[in-house]
Design a protein around this ligand. Structure first.
Ligand SMILES: [Zn+2]
Length: 146
């Protein structure tokens, strides 16, 4: 007896075709900031558009900020998704919610591809760092057969 029978569950965001982790770069930057080799102002420079999108569309990471120490409970440290690709026109270079990304992926034509940049942002100190680049290639069936 489906209580939520008329609520169609959203399909999960599919696995990317290629994913590039920037975790090592992130660790290097954090180590350099702690050692005083890079000023905090250079890594805590998220502009208004970035912090606003993190506030509205971001998902709290459940972790403390690695730079200012804002607590996980504050929800200050968030991840956001920025999409890029010529196939998506004016949506390229904008932050999107996961459900919007699902819809965009579902509407791609064969041969279109997009890249999703997963960015960590702290609402408290404006730390921002690229965590991962996920590439989605909407291949034609011919290409898939190769
Ligand atoms: Zn912070």
């Amino acid at each position: 007896m489906g209580v939520c029978a008329d609520l169609q569950p959203l399909p999960p965001v599919p696995e990317p075709d290629r994913s590039i982790s920037r975790e090592l770069d992130r660790r290097w930057v954090l180590r350099a900031v702690r050692a005083g080799e890079i000023p905090r102002s250079r890594v805590c420079d998220a502009d208004r558009a970035v912090t606003a999108s993190a506030e509205v569309l971001g998902t709290p990471t459940g972790r403390d900020c690695p730079v200012c120490g804002a607590s996980a409970a504050s929800g200050a440290l968030r991840t956001t998704q920025w999409i890029h690709g010529s196939a998506i026109g004016e949506k390229s270079g904008t932050a999107r919610s996961l459900s919007e990304i699902r819809h965009i992926l579902a509407s791609l034509s064969p041969g279109d591809d997009i890249t999703v940049h997963v960015v960590e942002v702290c609402l408290h100190c404006r730390w921002n760092c690229l965590l991962r680049e996920d590439r989605y290639e909407n291949q034609t069936e011919d290409q898939l057969g190769d």
